[in-house]
Design a protein around this ligand. Structure first.
Ligand code: NAD
Ligand code: UDP
Ligand code: UDP
Length: 315
């Protein structure tokens, strides 16, 4: 086992953050989970409260934070379009002010810091699959701008702290990730489709369902984040982390119907503005630099996620 570190996870009560906290505790580290419960829940970290190596701090990262840690994973930010568009000004503040505060903290402590960036920095991409060199096609004034531009600005801040203050940074560009502990009503496509199927409700395809996404199971993604944090200091990223298997949203709906055995029909609803038409990561850099690639297929990951949501929907 690696030496015990004091590791802070912002957004640690959220979907990805809670999986990361569980993994870091299992790996023997001390974890400080920081979250304001904007989209995260107590239930996500319930199993950790009794562990003496786990500490929770209710705090909004847009405000300064003075604590002592060795490593920081900065995940605080709502990730579902429904949630990040609910209060778009707060979303930008969380990404930008949150990054400044966490970078200031990392600078004072000389701590290593990883940013959870996103494939959304590529916007509606004209390069396919997306490589890290592609600088993107984002609409700065559209409804997704608060998230996309906030995350882009956070990347800028990370690289400026790296160049100006020689901070030890890591930037992960995370592609659509799914699994247990997604909120049943958070609006993201995998949770929406599974919950609709389990309730026997119609499955809502936005547009004709021909847009594509690439879906990574959460356990694979957590391996990637920990791999990037543990890589040699020259590996700053940005690094794409995602599953290169690409599916249309219609194909995803059909898979969910088959795997749940649901009788749901498909209904088309209007496509939201600026919804990217295609998305798929080129993960050559992650393969080469940290020897990472996802191992869980969409069918295997959906099975596990459906099992989880059966408990949520029945309970
Ligand atoms: P999530 O909404 O489940 O988790 C986000 C967490 O951040 C929540 O617990 C929320 O309460 C917390 N938070 C929000 N604003 C905060 C603030 N101002 N101060 C403190 N805490 C705050 O989303 P997720 O899917 O777990 O995403 C985690 C991170 O990964 C986000 O930064 C997101 O942008 C990024 N990401 C996720 C995906 C994905 O597919 N899941 C893809 C790309 C990037
Ligand atoms: N900061 C923080 N915790 C710390 C150190 C800094 O939250 O331990 C915040 C503080 O609000 C500061 C920001 O991080 O404004 C950026 O810090 P930095 O030292 O880079 O710049 P400053 O604004 O202090 O000149
Ligand atoms: N989507 C859909 N039906 C839903 C929810 C989402 O067809 O009930 C589509 C959405 O328009 C997008 C894709 O599924 O094209 C992925 O949406 P999500 O909100 O999960 O993430 P995004 O990748 O757009 O941030």
């Amino acid at each position: 086992m690696a030496a015990t570190k004091r590791i802070m996870v912002t957004g640690g009560a959220g979907f990805l953050g809670s999986h990361l906290c569980h993994r870091l505790i299992a790996d023997g580290h001390d974890v400080l989970c920081v979250d304001n419960f904007y989209t995260g829940t107590r239930e996500n970290i319930l199993g950790l409260y009794d562990n003496p190596r786990f500490e929770f701090l209710r705090h909004d990262v847009t405000f300064p934070l003075y604590v002592e840690v060795d490593e920081i994973y900065n995940l605080a930010c709502p990730a579902s379009p429904v949630h990040y568009q609910h209060d778009p000004v707060q979303t930008t503040k969380t990404s930008v002010h949150g990054a400044i505060n966490m970078l200031g903290l990392a600078k004072r402590l000389n701590a290593k810091i990883l940013q959870a960036s996103t494939s959304e920095v590529y916007g509606d991409p004209s390069v396919h699959p997306q490589t890290e060199a592609y600088t993107g096609n984002v609409n700065p004034i559209g409804p997704r701008g608060c998230y996309d531009e906030g995350k882009r600005c956070a990347e800028t801040l990370f690289f400026d702290y790296y160049r100006q203050h020689q901070l030890n940074i890591r930037v992960a560009r995370i592609f659509n990730t799914y699994g247990p502990r997604m909120l049943p009503d958070d609006g993201r496509v995998v949770s929406n489709f599974i919950v609709q199927a389990l309730k026997g409700e119609p499955i809502t395809l936005y547009g004709d369902g021909s847009q594509t996404r690439s879906f990574c199971y959460v356990d694979d993604l957590i391996d990637g984040l920990i791999g990037l944090m543990g890589a040699s200091d020259d590996v700053t990223g940005p690094m794409n982390l995602g599953n290169p298997g690409e599916f249309t949203i219609r194909a995803l709906a059909e898979k969910v119907i088959t795997l749940t055995g649901a009788k749901s029909t498909l209904v088309e609803q209007p496509l939201p503005a600026d919804d990217p038409l295609q998305r798929c990561p080129d993960i050559s850099f992650a393969q080469e630099a940290i020897n990472w690639q996802p191992g869980i297929t969409l069918d295997q990951g959906l099975e596990k996620t459906i099992d989880y949501f059966r408990g949520v929907v029945d309970g």
